[in-house]
Write a protein that binds this ligand. Sequence first.
Ligand SMILES: [Zn+2]
Length: 309
Amino acid sequence: MRIAALLLMAALCLLLPSSARTQSSGPGVGDGRADGSANDPATSLFAQSAGQVLNRDFPSDEISFLLLDARSGAVLASRWDHPETPIPLGSLLKPFTALAYGELHEFKYPAHICRGTATGCWRPRGHGAVNLTSAIAYSCNSYFRVLTASMTAADVTPTATRFGLEPPAPGIFGPALAGLGGRNPGDQWLVSPLNLARAYMELVRRRDQPGVRLILSGMAQSARQGTGAEVDRALPHSDALAKTGTAPCTHTRHAPGDGFTIALTPVGEPQILLLVRVYGVPGSQAGKTVGQMLRRIEPWAAVGQWQRE
Ligand SMILES: [Zn+2]
């Protein structure tokens, strides 16, 4: 069975045009061993194939991506300059800020009425009544402004450390802790994209802990009908956890903002994690790219999974 699957994979590899086998430079592209932990043949083969497909079908240098094995944290494929360098990640930080709030308030979260522009939300009309789950699903800025109003970097640091994230600088406080800082990177909580990806894996691992269940439920809702809806829309079946974000652009060629989306699939026991940044678009639009990418590599993922069984 295993040998047959390997042969099938090898055959599929050969069917790819030779240009697809030219790997671009960048950490871990296609080698599946970026951190030394993805060295079994099946995972390596999947990593190589997925890297080739993503680089061939999504060649734009406006798209950065990190594809991880959602169980081991190994980088399977990537095209992201310096993914270990901390940058602003916008609303992708919200789940961890929410957990830090929970630690301080016995995991009792407030209800809130988002009135849109009037209460500082990105959606002019507002989201109406929101709780933590819907605030994650719709990335409601108004909710997180209230949640973080009196929070300091020191409040967030223990949670950040527990999840392997760089703690916010001491002077960062309030909504900046939920990715709602100003345009100046000095006003932002800066986190490495690679650490952030692995922190989301840790969220899934802690799914039974207080607060985490509400957040993961919000991420499933995001992919179904929230700001991450483009992820599920591109997939043949609704089966992803997603979170979107928009942050000040850190490219040399400067845009007002970059869009981010992180997705883990399948929902029940995520096998792969994909973090994508798209230059100069809102986060919800980056979700579309994530959905299209997952759709392209999903058959590979299925074969990879089959080999591991
Ligand atoms: Zn809102």
